[in-house]
Design a binder for this molecule. Sequence first.
Ligand code: SIN
Ligand code: NI
Length: 250
Amino acid sequence: MPRSVTEEQKAAYRRDGFVHIPGIIGKDDAARYAKAALAARDRQKDVPPDPTFTRVMQVWQQDEILRELTLDPVLATAATALAGVPLRLYHDHLLIKEPHNDAPTEFHQDLPFWPHLDSRHSLSAWVALVDVPARRGCMTFIPGSHRTEGLHRQDVRDADNLMRMAPELVWKPRVTVPVRAGDCTFHHSLTAHSASPNLTDDPRIAHVVVYMDAETRYDPRKRPGGEPLAEPADTTTGRPFPDDDFPPLP
Ligand code: SIN
Ligand code: NI
């Protein structure tokens, strides 16, 4: 049985909307996955450059090595324990901040980007494949912000967008979480989070696995324009997400 999260970690996640799990995968595995991540980035064609990060979507469907990480039962067990409801995979993506990228990821919530109906819970596992100190683009969270509901989608390139929508967040403490290769942070889909620019000579490589409530259905009204998005083939309102492309967690 894969190791799950402790009661303390669950309580921290419920209270704050995020939790840091050190060493969820081993250092050697992180190094192997980092190599595969850079190779997947180099294979990717026709994606317009984005200073914030180079993004490789749905890597589990293209790369056997990274598929192992996306479907890793240790991640799945921890995510299910934190969510408290049965989950399925929504999508994965590599988010690589290139050296000296000069572009932070500004504060935002994830859920407003997703075409989800009747979601009881959704969350992301952000797995560091290299050491990510604050200078390399680590994540910052606003504890408790997962209780801020009903906002429109925020622009990850606009530093004030979320703060204009929810001015009370301006005065909330923020927690910056430097992580070692193999560490993971889980964050609730409504937790406000940002990442600093990469000021170092090495790429910041994060592998992000996004989990959704297994019962969530498709809502095309929330489909964001231009955003690369994981979608079912049938995009009628209320359709289930098919198991082949959105596998339920064991
Ligand atoms: C980032 O890693 O730069 C942002 C990740 C996220 O928005 O979940
Ligand atoms: Ni995000």
